[in-house]
Design a protein around this ligand. Structure first.
Ligand code: SF4
Length: 435
């Protein structure tokens, strides 16, 4: 049987379909790159925003039109709307998030313990979701109650995967040739808190860095309240990518309280200062919500000023949209749509300017770049797109295919949303400094 795997939304969803890929391969199924070739499709849906939920439904319709016989749906949207998902034409099975880790063995009626994934190297999922970087799920669910968040509703209580399971996935990714491993979760920073002997994410990172073959290790989004200055000492190891995605959500203390966020602008600012002091060249990116219920002009101005003062290396702006089932959706003083749009434009402009300023400081330096997409441009050169450890997007030309390799690259200019690079094919260490 031919299987097509697809997902909408976060890195956690991506990491889950990568595990499904190994399980289907272990069971002797063929993975295909398009819906048109597939007999069975598994879709991991998302509900974080209304557009994400709509994309999920759109993919189900596309699969139906493409003639896929069996459509299996899992993920946050179908967990929150199981009847709606089951009623969509072509859907043969809806698997709630709590059961998604055994989706493949349950579907194939194979005892999960019969799956010997150890020999199965991670291979990029064929098709649109092909990724060079290996996303490794280390944690699921969340015990926080941020009032705007539907993920905590859809994914349930926080639960961590064992060190053994995580290390096994990391080894499988390395066996498959991954040059970068990305740890991901719903609330990554809470990894280990639910163990009988509680542990901290720091310990998991140290365990993974004990594996010498790990070329690059990146951490996904981290809630600021889970971190302290000492956590940043981990970055003495040059394999740890100098990128921290710390969702701020608002730069105004009063708004943060209505969001039930366990941080303040002051604490956030101190944490950023500690990170910059310990990790030179670190990229700090963020998420900001604008137009949250009750956000006055004064509160928004405070948030904007604070974001300006932090000089992020970039970030996402979410225009608040009420998600059914969240506390914020029931709050008074919902902000007018027009005002939300205005604030979104203003916040984007601030983050884009900071992003450009961050990139400009690396012109003239050399950095190690992992090349993720490579396109033959006819003749004898290739157009490359890649990423530095501190999350700089780089484009370059090369006379050879260096897909999924890390190379020395001189950064020569800022170009659109990236940096233009020239590859110097010579030895160097992971942070771009000549050996
Ligand atoms: S920490 Fe807050 S925003 Fe993040 S998943 Fe948990 S409830 Fe949602």
């Amino acid at each position: 049987m031919k299987v097509y795997l697809d997902t909408v939304g976060c890195r956690l969803n991506q990491s889950e379909i990568e595990t499904y890929a190994r399980q289907f391969s272990a069971a002797g199924y063929t993975l295909v790159a398009t819906m048109e070739e597939a007999d069975l499709m598994v879709l991991n849906t998302c509900a974080v925003t209304a557009p994400a939920a709509s994309d999920s439904r759109q993919k189900i319709r596309q699969a139906r039109r493409a003639g896929v016989d069996e459509i299996v749906v899992t993920g946050c949207w179908s967990t929150l709307k199981p009847e709606k998902a089951a009623a969509m034409p072509g859907v043969t099975r809806v698997v709630p998030n709590v059961d998604k880790d055994t989706l493949v063995p349950d579907l194939l009626q194979i005892d999960v313990n019969e799956f010997d994934l150890e020999p199965i190297a991670r291979e990029p999922v064929p098709g649109a979701r092909m990724r060079t970087r290996a996303f490794i799920k280390v944690q699921d669910g969340c015990d926080n109650r941020c009032t705007f968040c539907v993920t905590t509703v859809a994914r349930g209580a926080g639960r961590s995967r064992s060190v053994m399971d995580v290390v096994a996935d990391v080894r499988s990714a390395l066996k498959g040739g991954a040059q970068e491993v990305v740890l991901t979760g719903v609330h990554l920073g809470s990894w280990g808190h639910d163990f009988e002997q509680p542990e901290h994410l720091r310990q998991l990172v140290e365990k993974i860095l004990e594996i010498n073959e790990v070329p690059r290790l990146r951490l996904s989004s981290l809630e600021p309240w889970d971190l302290d200055a000492e956590f940043f000492d981990l970055w003495r190891d040059p394999r740890l990518c100098r990128h921290l995605h710390l969702p701020l959500q608002s730069g105004c203390g009063r708004t943060l309280r209505r969001m039930a966020r366990k941080t303040t602008p002051e604490n956030f600012g101190e944490l950023v200062a500690a990170a910059r002091q310990r990790i030179p060249g670190v990229a700090i990116t963020t998420d900001v919500i604008v137009g949250f219920p009750g956000e006055t002009d004064a509160e928004f101005a405070e948030s904007l000023d604070f974001v300006k003062s932090i000089n992020f290396a970039g970030g996402h702006v979410f225009t608040y949209s009420a998600r059914p089932g969240t506390a914020a959706a029931r709050m008074p003083n919902q902000v007018h749509n027009y005002t939300r749009k205005e604030r979104s434009a203003a916040m984007r402009a601030v983050l884009e300017a900071a992003d450009l300023k961050f990139r400009q400081q690396f012109v003239g330096t050399q950095q190690a770049v992992l090349w993720e997409t490579v396109a033959g441009m006819g003749g004898d050169y290739w157009e490359l797109h890649g990423l530095t450890d501190n999350y700089l997007r780089v484009v370059a030309k090369a006379d050879r295919d260096v897909w999924n390799q890390i190379t020395t690259t001189h950064l020569t200019a800022v170009e659109n949303g990236s940096l233009r690079g020239e590859i110097a094919f010579m030895e160097l260490d992971l942070r771009g400094d000549k050996r």
